[in-house]
Design a protein around this ligand. Structure first.
Ligand SMILES: CC(C)(COP(=O)(O)OP(=O)(O)OC[C@H]1O[C@@H](n2cnc3c(N)ncnc32)[C@H](O)[C@@H]1OP(=O)(O)O)[C@@H](O)C(=O)NCCC(=O)NCCS
Length: 150
C-alpha cells in the first residue's frame, strides 16, 4: 500500500470533537462519549492524535504512555476513508511517540471478531499475549496484544 499523501497527523483539539464523535459512533457498538476524549486531551500521560485531510478529520488514535508501558486506548478511521493506509500512519505515529516517551512495550486489547484491526496490529508488529474471555458485553473475547519497543 502506498503512503497516503496530504494526511497530517497532529494533536487532538477540542474543535475536532464533533467530527471525532461521528467517526466513533460509526465505528463501535459501545462508542466513547465526548467526556472520554476530553479526558484524553487533558490527562498528562495521554497523547491523542488526529489524522486530517484537507481540513477534515479522517481518523484518530488515543495513546497512553506511563513509565515503561504504553497503551493504544482507541483508534478509528472514518468508514469512507478506510483502506487507504490512514490507520497505519496513525499507528506508526503512536509507536514513535511511545518510543519518545521511553515506553518499552506498547499494549492494546481488541475484540476477537475484529479481524481488520487484528490484521492491522499484526502488520504493525504486535503479537498476541493473551485472551480475556467474554470481555466485551459478556459475549466476545478480548485479544491482548503487545509490541516490544526496545
Ligand atoms: C481497523 C481500522 C482502524 C483500520 O483502518 P484503515 O485506515 O482502513 O487501515 P489501513 O488502510 O491503514 O490498513 C493497514 C493494514 O491493516 C490491515 N487491514 C485494515 N483493514 C483491513 C480489512 N478490512 N481487512 C483485512 N485487513 C485490514 C491490512 O493489513 C492493511 O494493510 P494492506 O491493505 O496493505 O494489507 C478501521 O477499519 C476502523 O476504524 N475500524 C473501526 C474501529 C476499530 O475497529 N478500531 C480498532 C479497535 S481495537
Amino acid at each position: 500500500m502506498s503512503i497516503p499523501s496530504g494526511i497530517v497527523i497532529r494533536p487532538m483539539a477540542p474543535a475536532d470533537l464533533d467530527a471525532i464523535l461521528n467517526i466513533e459512533q460509526a465505528s463501535f457498538s459501545v462508542p466513547w462519549q465526548r467526556e472520554h476524549f476530553e479526558h484524553e486531551m487533558a490527562a498528562p500521560h495521554s497523547f491523542p492524535f488526529v489524522a486530517e485531510s484537507s481540513g477534515s478529520i479522517v481518523g484518530y488514535v488515543c495513546l497512553m504512555s506511563l513509565f515503561e508501558e504504553a497503551q493504544i486506548l482507541d483508534i478509528a478511521v472514518a468508514p469512507q476513508q478506510r483502506g487507504k493506509g490512514i490507520a497505519q500512519l496513525l499507528m506508526d505515529h503512536a509507536v514513535a511517540v511511545a518510543r519518545e516517551k521511553k515506553a518499552e512495550v506498547l499494549a492494546l486489547e481488541v475484540r476477537s471478531t475484529n479481524s481488520s484491526a487484528i490484521t492491522l496490529y499484526e502488520r504493525c508488529g504486535f503479537v498476541r499475549t493473551g485472551v480475556r474471555e467474554k470481555y466485551y458485553e459478556g459475549r466476545d473475547d478480548a485479544v491482548l496484544m503487545e509490541k516490544c519497543l526496545r
